[in-house]
Design a protein around this ligand. Structure first.
Ligand SMILES: CC(C)CCOP(=O)(O)OP(=O)(O)O
Ligand SMILES: [Mg+2]
Length: 240
């Protein structure tokens, strides 16, 4: 059984397979994304129940813009709907919310809803949900490089002041108490990182499942958590 003291503090999820889930059932793609949205809302409840502190979900990558316009527009509308539900749920279950990614390309209405939800939940101390929207690991690392280069140019710091911890503090995940995921789950049988949090995933345990994301439920989460608890993380060293 699961041991509370071995729970991962930070779980990251690449929620993949919504479209295939719909196609397998002869449903429109939008139904797959809607089912994925429901699975995500349920996943935040489950992570809170099992004592996970931070849950980061990859909801839209910089590469997803190449999809048909109607699918992208639907997803943007769905993100507004899911954020509103999450915000009500979060008020009840003491959740926090952070959004990471390049928000400048998101619709204004979505940004307003996201900012309102982040603000409403800011003081909460329960599960911290992080939604990655128009995010990519390379974008995150590059935006830190630009900030740091400007600080050097302005004479505020010297190159030797650029340390791992100083760099890490300027990544978009810095707002969370546990910026580096302990466990990454990817659904739908793909074994790729897909330009998710590249710096933060350096020592993360990777866990892949065949199931499409809409079907990922409590038993699947428990299996992922128990797999994590059976692994021995050596961080380059060894115990025996
Ligand atoms: C936007 C993202 C969360 C959607 C994940 O599912 P997907 O549309 O990539 O599904 P497929 O991998 O089956 O195409
Ligand atoms: Mg996919």
């Amino acid at each position: 059984g699961l041991r509370r003291e071995l729970m991962p503090n930070h779980v990251a999820v690449i929620m993949d397979g919504n479209r295939r889930w719909a196609l397998e059932r002869g449903l429109p793609v939008e139904q797959g994304h809607r089912a994925g949205g429901q699975a995500m809302t349920e996943l935040t409840r489950l992570c809170s129940k099992w004592g996970v502190k931070v849950l980061t979900v990859f909801a839209f990558s910089t590469e997803n813009w190449i999809r048909p316009k109607e699918e992208v527009d639907f997803l943007m509308m769905l993100f507004e709907e899911v954020t509103k539900t999450f915000s009500e749920e979060g008020a009840r279950l003491n959740f926090r919310l952070s959004v990471i990614g390049d928000k400048s390309k998101l619709p204004k209405s979505l940004n307003q809803i996201l900012a309102r939800a982040e603000q409403a939940l800011k003081a909460n101390s329960g599960l911290h949900a992080v939604i990655a929207l128009n995010y990519s690991g390379r974008y995150d690392i590059l935006q830190v490089c630009q900030k740091v280069a400007n600080h050097v140019k302005d004479g505020l710091i010297q190159p030797e002041d650029i340390t791992q911890s100083m760099f890490e503090e300027q990544l978009e995940t810095t707002g969370t108490k546990y910026p580096n995921p302990d466990l990454l789950i990817r659904t739908s049988g793909e074994h790729r990182i897909s330009n998710f949090m590249l710096w933060q995933l350096a020592y993360t345990e990777l866990y892949f499942v065949e199931k499409m994301f809409p079907d990922f439920g409590e038993t699947d989460l428990i299996e992922a958590l128990s797999s994590f608890q059976q692994r021995q993380r050596r961080y380059g060293g060894y115990k025996y």
